[in-house]
Ligand binder design. Structure first.
Ligand code: SF4
Ligand code: SF4
Length: 236
């Protein structure tokens, strides 16, 4: 890794942690039925960026659970959407249809659980990816059922997932086992490429409310500069 790459990595880490904190604050007012120990949603289908996977790996190493990394990297991961969040947004803004996802979703694997779930709790909760943070439901999910979502929060969640992708622009994205395996190997095939934020294809009824929310998020200070500026500097 060159000095420039290392500098970018360090900035991206700072920004990602700040975005996670920003989302936590934004979501404080969200009405959810979620509670500690409720884990039907921890199904092992988590999609994340390589940067998120690095932070997850560091969290597991720091808590002495590095062995779980190898386990998670070996879990079944045939499911992988064709498009990242920003690729989908780019196609949507251009009025184009996204390509079909490659093959049917084979399900979360024989155990049906995320390999990082232990005793009903996430072992890497502090560094869980954005896809896990946005997974909430208005009513308690049932096995095999779906979460019940407020459309406004679907908009907010999608925007945060787009921002997290922007932070790792040029990096990889895909199902957790595949991303962790690629980290262990130092790269490899099978991951989609994180893209720059192309814009936000937001429903008209949410636009005003969202721009107020983003104003707050982007003006959060991070080492003396607004978060929005940091995010913008991570464009490639
Ligand atoms: S999304 Fe559903 S399964 Fe997950 S914590 Fe919330 S209510 Fe529980
Ligand atoms: S990483 Fe943690 S929060 Fe996310 S699915 Fe796995 S156990 Fe659940």
């Amino acid at each position: 890794m060159t000095g420039r790459d290392e500098g970018r990595q360090a900035r991206a880490r700072l920004v990602l942690w700040e975005l996670w904190r920003a989302y936590q604050q934004v979501a404080e007012t969200r009405q959810v039925a979620c509670a500690p120990g409720c884990h039907v949603c921890c199904s092992g289908r988590v999609l994340l960026t390589t940067l998120e996977a690095r932070l997850l790996a560091e969290e597991l190493t720091a808590s002495g659970q590095r062995g779980l990394l190898a386990l998670a990297a070996r879990a079944p991961a045939a499911f992988g959407p064709a498009c990242t969040h920003n690729a989908l947004a780019r196609l949507c803004l251009a009025g184009q249809e996204p390509p079909p996802d490659p093959g049917p979703d084979p399900g979360p694997g024989p155990e049906g659980r995320c390999p990082l779930l232990r005793g009903g709790l996430c072992v890497a909760y502090a560094a869980r990816p954005m896809a896990c943070r946005v997974m909430c439901s208005l009513t308690r999910c049932q096995p095999g059922g779906a979460a019940s979502q407020d459309p406004w929060w679907v908009t907010v969640d999608t925007v945060f997932l787009q921002l997290v992708e922007q932070v790792d622009a040029g990096g990889g994205w895909g199902p957790m086992p595949r991303v962790l395996a690629s980290l262990e190997r130092g790269g490899g095939p099978g991951l989609a490429r994180c893209e720059n934020l192309p814009g936000l294809p937001v429903p008209p009824e949410d636009q005003e409310r969202l721009s107020r929310l983003l104003e707050q998020v982007f003006s959060r200070p991070l080492n003396g500069q607004p978060l929005g500026l940091w995010i913008n500097r991570l464009r490639i």
